[in-house]
Design a binder for this molecule. Structure first.
Ligand code: OFO
Length: 176
């Protein structure tokens, strides 16, 4: 018997699908980059896939621990229709903004239902989304700062290095 309200269970189940979609999206973005020889960018996106799986599993574990059912839903195919690396990176940033909105809306629903346990669990996601936004906004700002257009050449090589340094955990990838 679960203490969670059906509405909250449904929203959390939907978020499981959303996090799975994010893992598929970043895997597809990584493979898009591999196809074009952008190995630094590919490594960056590939490293982000387990992050999203972690988000998915955290929600699943919470539902299971709360005695609620998890119903795995169909996941839409991720978009692969990009012309440049700039478009891919901007799409990733937009996706993180969308997920942040979803998490905030979930927290709002939990608060409205006086579901303090779910609200408390979601604090981790709120902090995590803040980090995701800082990371992806930093990349988009770097594109703007450098005037990178996505064309092949020296700027592309530098962008690949920059993204690869992010995988290695550099907090100032533009300076290393
Ligand atoms: Fe990238 O944060 Fe989950 O979806």
């Amino acid at each position: 018997m679960t203490m969670l309200k059906p509405k909250i269970i449904e929203r959390l189940n939907n978020q499981v699908t959303s996090e799975t979609y994010a893992s598929q999206l970043y895997l597809q973005m990584s493979l898009w980059c591999e196809d074009r020889g952008m190995h630094g960018a590919a490594a960056f996106f590939r490293a982000h896939v387990p992050e999203e799986i972690k988000h998915r599993d955290k929600l699943i574990d919470y539902l299971v621990e709360s005695g609620a059912s998890v119903e795995i839903q169909a996941v839409p195919a991720p978009s692969n229709d990009f012309s440049t690396l700039v478009e891919v990176l901007q799409a990733a940033y937009q996706h993180e903004q969308k997920v942040t909105h979803q998490i905030h809306s979930l927290a709002e629903a939990a608060m409205e239902e006086k579901d303090f346990s779910t609200f408390n669990m979601l604090q981790w996601f709120i902090a995590e989304q803040r980090e995701e936004i800082v990371l992806f906004r930093g990349i988009v700002e770097h594109i703007e700062l450098t005037g990178f257009t996505g064309e092949n050449g020296t700027a592309m090589v530098q962008m690949n290095r920059y993204l690869h340094r992010l995988v290695l955990g550099s907090s100032h990838p533009e300076l290393d």
